[in-house]
Design a protein around this ligand. Structure first.
Ligand code: NAD
Length: 308
């Protein structure tokens, strides 16, 4: 650790936020048609660092000179969301063409209480997994820009809410990728916890089992993703919180920043003294906290913002 004082401040923040319930381990949406706790409003200001500049949206293309603090940043923690994969053909949930924007009922497939209680929801969920665009999607220019950031030696961690595996497919080091919402490439038993490949489960669906059960204990199988109401992996979210607290710049890309506790990492990073950059087509609840807000397509904006 280059700066023990900063690290001590970050560790104290982790403890305080955990005690305050901000670092929660159960997934919940800010607003939900089917479930959810009220969103905590982000506080302005920074307990441990300089006050943020007001968000400065770029207009049109990213043609302005980059801020010096962004070009000079050596430890950038990136948080990605579904918006980084839309150019790969995987729809997001809440964007204008999002899965839930077009069919709000589909949110139930990602909500644990409905999944456990209703075999029909599970049957629909298996069909959605079988037909998921992730199986044929290829990484796009934005995924590649983050591989380049790692090659520049400036990537502290790549926290992703995505379950599609495209960061690893693009070449990002698995050791740096923190899949806080799990992966669709594996399944886990809700009873005994046994994990196996998604392929083996989908083979059973294709062979005529609408809702394949765990072969070891007979329990309910589910993709190894985190549904609403489901606990996050404590080790992974802890590592994400450490990375948010230990960076010069926290860069949120293609996320509506409405799913908690991950969205709260933005405020957490700002509180630990990081600059915050948000790249998203639509406003987020954290734009007022950001030093820079970029509203243009991720595919063109990211490489420019991260040019070494
Ligand atoms: P979200 O759907 O809530 O928000 C995505 C945001 O990205 C939207 O605000 C949208 O306007 C923006 N966006 C989409 N394409 C863009 C582009 N090309 N340029 C600029 N902005 C763009 O997604 P979220 O915040 O990640 O949270 C939803 C949950 O959805 C996460 O938990 C995630 O696991 C899951 N999810 C994942 C995938 C995936 O793995 N690819 C796909 C859909 C949903």
């Amino acid at each position: 650790m280059r700066d023990p004082a900063r690290w001590a401040r970050c560790a104290a923040l982790v403890l305080v936020l955990s005690a305050a319930g901000l670092v929660s381990y159960v997934l919940y949406p800010a607003r939900s048609a089917v479930a959810g706790r009220p969103r905590r409003r982000p506080r302005r200001g920074r307990p441990g660092g300089p006050r943020p500049l007001p968000g400065r949206p770029y207009r049109g293309h990213v043609t302005e000179p980059l801020p010096d603090w962004l070009s000079a940043a050596r430890r950038i923690t990136v948080l990605t969301g579904a918006g980084i994969s839309t150019d790969s053909g995987i729809p997001d949930f809440r964007g204008p063409q999002g899965v839930w924007t077009r069919d709000p009922e589909a949110e139930k497939l990602s909500t644990l209480q409905y999944y456990v209680a209703d075999p029909e929801i599970r049957r629909r969920a298996w069909l959605a997994r079988r037909d998921h665009p992730a199986w044929t999607a290829r990484p796009n220019a934005a995924h590649t820009a983050l591989v380049d950031l790692e090659r520049q030696g400036r990537l502290r961690a790549l926290i992703t809410q995505n379950i599609d595996g495209l960061h690893q497919a693009a070449g990002s080091s698995p050791a740096l990728v923190l899949e806080v919402h799990g992966t669709v490439r594996e399944v886990a038993c809700l009873g005994c916890g046994e994990r196996t490949t998604m392929r083996s489960a989908l083979d059973r669906v294709d062979a005529g089992e609408p809702d394949p059960a765990c072969l070891s204990c007979g329990g309910i199988l589910k993709s190894a993703t985190i549904g609403f109401g489901q606990a996050l992996d404590a080790d992974v979210i802890d590592a994400a919180a450490r990375a948010a607290a230990d960076c010069d710049v926290f860069l949120a890309v293609g996320t509506s920043l409405t799913v908690h506790p991950v969205a709260g990492l933005t405020e957490f990073a700002a509180g630990a003294g990081a600059r915050v950059v948000i790249v998203n087509a639509e406003p987020t609840p954290y734009d007022g906290l950001a030093d820079l807000v970029v509203r243009e397509p991720i595919g063109t904006a990211l490489a420019r913002l991260l040019a070494g």
